[in-house]
Design a protein. Structure first.
Length: 322
């Protein structure tokens, strides 16, 4: 682990590492620049990310590529209706010495891809969400801490809703970001098809290791934030809450429930990380706005009038940012 003379030097190195990381990821992932940015911000902010997109948009490849570029362990868990908590946490077995021994499940890795998290029952969802909040799992009454850094990237398919168990708002709130994946641009899709239908196989070199990531996670939290920017972030979250003094007319008209205090926390830590990755030593309001949409998107519940009038959550957030 490199020793830094000051946090200023550490931030400058973080910027260089971030650019190198984007370059490595770009060897495999074509386009999706904002998605890659948000996932990396989630990792350095010690948060988790929910990806929403139709099949075939390289969600699995994205997570695998990031894990390889960061030199971290990676496991993919395909969530199905018959998946049990012990299938992801692990289970106790009786060994040859007639002693119970805990066999770790796939949850024991640095990066977890929870594929189609809404296809598994609430009992298994809760087991995953415990690990996200506590960075540990409980099995047979014993607590097992998870290796750090630990990051969950869950995916949802927005098309098919039959046979699914949608995450309730209280569980969605555990995710720092809700990121929407869209179809690639024509030129990007041409490049993707060209690369994936040939023997093109780029080699990725790890840019960071687990110890460095933990250091940069602490560095992001040490970054100072001016009081006016902190208050701007808290005010932005407060504006989403209908029938409160801070609420706007549009929020009162179209929103049933707004974002809680966790949104304010993520707006601040996300702004700090966004500022650091762009070489700034303190965030401003622009950094808060840069991370506002994916942080607030899944924390605002529209009412029936918004749905009838075709008002999206994104339109409500954009109204608050103006």
């Amino acid at each position: 682990m490199k020793q830094y003379s000051s946090d200023v030097e550490a931030v400058q190195d973080l910027v260089a590492k971030y650019r190198e990381l984007r370059s490595e990821i770009g060897k495999v992932i074509i386009g999706q620049d904002e998605v890659v940015r948000d996932v990396i911000i989630s990792i350095f902010s010690r948060g988790h990310c929910l990806l929403v997109g139709v099949p075939g948009l390289a969600k699995t490849l994205l997570v695998n590529t990031i894990a390889r570029s960061l030199g971290l362990t990676y496991n993919r868990i395909q969530f199905t209706p018959d998946l049990m908590p012990s299938d992801i946490i692990g289970t106790e077995v009786l060994d040859e010495n007639r002693q119970f021994r805990f066999i770790k499940g796939p949850l024991f890795a640095n990066i977890i891809l929870a594929d189609e998290i809404n296809r598994t029952p609430p009992k298994t969802q809760s087991a995953l969400l415990e690990s996200m909040q506590e960075y540990a799992v409980t099995a047979a009454g014993k607590r097992y801490p998870l290796d750090q850094p630990f990051f969950v990237l869950a995916t949802q398919n927005p098309i098919e809703q039959e046979g699914t168990y949608p995450l309730p708002e209280a569980q969605l709130d555990r995710f720092m970001f809700n990121v929407l994946l869209t179809y690639p641009a024509f030129e990007e899709e041409v490049t993707v098809v060209k690369n994936t239908t040939s023997n093109y196989s780029p080699e990725l070199k790890p840019v960071l290791n687990g110890e460095e990531i933990r250091f940069f996670q602490e560095l992001v939290r040490r970054i100072p934030i001016p009081d006016n920017v902190l208050q701007y972030a808290v005010t932005l979250a407060a504006k989403t809450r209908p029938n409160t003094p801070a609420a706007t007319a549009q929020v009162n008209q179209y929103v049933s429930w707004g974002a809680g205090p966790r949104a304010s926390q993520y707006l601040v830590i996300g702004a700090k990380c966004h500022a650091a990755l762009n070489g700034k030593f303190s965030p401003d309001a622009e950094d808060v706005r840069a991370v506002a949409v994916p942080i607030l998107r899944h924390r605002i519940v529209r009412n029936y009038r918004a749905e009838a009038d075709g008002i999206s959550v994104e339109a409500i957030i954009e109204g608050l940012l103006k």
